[in-house]
Write a protein that binds this ligand. Sequence first.
Ligand SMILES: Nc1ncnc2c1ncn2[C@@H]1O[C@H](COP(=O)(O)OP(=O)(O)OP(=O)(O)O)[C@@H](O)[C@H]1O
Ligand SMILES: [Mg+2]
Length: 252
Amino acid sequence: MAANILEIRDLVDVVSHHTIIDHLDFAIEEGELRVLVGPNGAGKTTLIDLITGRHRPTAGQILFKGERIDGRARHEIYRLGISRKFQVPTVYDNLTVFENMSIGLRGHRSVFSSLGYRITPAAAEQIERILAEINLLERARDEALTLSHGEKQWLEIGMVVASDPQLLLLDEPTTGMTREETNATARLIRDIAKTRSVMVVEHDMSFVRQIARTITVLHQGGKLAEGSVRDVENNPRVAEVYLGKAKISAAS
Ligand SMILES: Nc1ncnc2c1ncn2[C@@H]1O[C@H](COP(=O)(O)OP(=O)(O)OP(=O)(O)O)[C@@H](O)[C@H]1O
Ligand SMILES: [Mg+2]
């Protein structure tokens, strides 16, 4: 059995007397592509904030490759090899697609220094390879503000890939995408996951079915269910949580 790249032990996060993450135990194996689902407010984004050091947990442990990372600084966790894509794309609108990618390559912290920095031919080649993968090679010289919402999502995924992480955390990567763009994103994520560990937060079940091996269902900050797509879709507790929300097909 593969080792765990990420392990979360008895994690608790309390914000203004509200328990957002409630004694959560959770692990992702090395090389795994995991999907995290759950109704609005379940704590999915908060969990990513805690893993990436944007926010400190109240209690519990987060281990990356067996090493404690909870409470560490954001840049330190990033340097260890964990990168995230935000729920709302955070690309730099007035920079070109290529320039945005060069920031991804150098890391978000060095936005100004990376603009003055001359990209080596090897780095430019790597950016072009990733741009081809995310279908944006033709748009390399265009300002990011000319991209559609779906294309911005791809650009941000590309920036995350360019930072060469071992674990990618993608928060709702298909929001605002057409069905065709969503299908292309499923292919893209399956490709990325061939060489890295990936956790994807997603609501769109037809997308989830295209990529998922194991799904974890988060509800009120705790783990409600975990298993294959079929297990989760047939789980009556999951159906109950989603009932009336029609966001997971188990409810229908
Ligand atoms: N800074 C904060 N202060 C107070 N409450 C917060 C804060 N951040 C998040 N919350 C609350 O924490 C809960 C979990 O929010 P979170 O954004 O993690 O949910 P989510 O599962 O990502 O939801 P969605 O599917 O809508 O993105 C929500 O009830 C939210 O209102
Ligand atoms: Mg969220």
